[in-house]
Design a protein around this ligand. Sequence first.
Ligand SMILES: NC(=O)c1ccc[n+]([C@@H]2O[C@H](COP(=O)([O-])OP(=O)(O)OC[C@H]3O[C@@H](n4cnc5c(N)ncnc54)[C@H](OP(=O)(O)O)[C@@H]3O)[C@@H](O)[C@H]2O)c1
Length: 270
Amino acid sequence: MGEISDTLRNPLSMFDVKGKTAVVTGASGAFGRGVSIALGALGANVVMASGTREDLDEAVADVKDVGGNAIPVYRRPDTLEDAEAMLKAALDEFGGADLLAIGSGYNKAGFIHELDYETWQAVMDANVRGNWFMAKALGTYWIENEVKGKMVMMSSVRGRHGNISGYTGYCTSKGATDSLTRVLATEWSKYGITVNAIAPTVFRSKLTAWMYDEEDELGQATRARSLSRIPLGRLAEVEDLMGMALYLLSPASDFCTGQVMYVDGGFTAG
Ligand SMILES: NC(=O)c1ccc[n+]([C@@H]2O[C@H](COP(=O)([O-])OP(=O)(O)OC[C@H]3O[C@@H](n4cnc5c(N)ncnc54)[C@H](OP(=O)(O)O)[C@@H]3O)[C@@H](O)[C@H]2O)c1
C-alpha cells in the first residue's frame, strides 16, 4: 500500500476558501449574489460590486445572514478606475484579494438588420470590456504581489452556439469571453494564476424570470423550445452553478485553467 496524502485523507480540504478574499462583480444579480453567499458561508471575505445600491445592499445583507463577511462597492466595471476601486476596497478592508468572480453582464436582443451599433457595443462593453478591466486590475496586483489568484468569468453556451433570437451582441461577447479565458490562462500560467469560465444554458435570474413564469405565453413557448434541447429536462437554478464555481475558486482546481466549463444540463452534448 502506498502512502495516503493529507489531501486524499481529507478531500474537502481542497475546497477550503476560508480567509480568502473574493471580489465579485454583478453582485446584485443572480450569479453574483449566489456565489457571494456561498463563498461567505464558507468563510471567505467578499467585496461585492454592482451599480444598483438597493439590490446590492440586500445581497450584502444575505451574505451577512449566513455568517459571511461582505462589503459593498457601488460600481460596475465600466472603467479601469472602477476595477481598481474594487481592488482597493478589498485591500483596505481585508488586506488582500485572492479570488475574482465576474457576475456582471447584460443582454439586449435584436436582429442585426434592425439593431443599432450602440446596442451591440453596450452588450460587448458589459460582457467583455468589464472583464478585461477586472483582469487588468486584479492580475496586475496578483503578479506584482506573487498571489496565485483565481479568476472565473461567466460565459454561456451562446459563446459556442448561435441563436435565432437576435443575439449578434450576446453570442459575440460570450465567444470573446471564452477567448479571453484561454489567453489569460496561458499568459498567466507562469504565475500559477488560473482563469476559467462557466457556461450555462438558462438559469433563473432577473433576465430569465419570464421563462419560468407558468402564466407567460411567450415564456412557456421559449421554455418549451429550450427544454427540447436540454437532455436533463429542466432549466437551471443558480444553485446548479455553485459546485462548479466553488471548484474553480478553490485549490481543487489548481491544475485546471483556460477552460470553458459547460454547466448546461447536457445542451452542448446533444
Ligand atoms: N441567467 C442565465 O440564464 C444566463 C445564462 C448564461 C449566461 N449567463 C451569464 O451569467 C452572468 C450573470 O447573469 P445573471 O443571470 O446572474 O444576470 P443578472 O441577475 O441580471 O445579474 C447581472 C448583473 O450585472 C449587472 N449589470 C447589468 N447590466 C450591466 C452593464 N451594462 N454593465 C455591467 N454590469 C451590468 C447587474 O448589476 P447592477 O445593475 O446592479 O450593476 C447585475 O448584478 C452574465 O454574464 C450572463 O450573461 C446567464
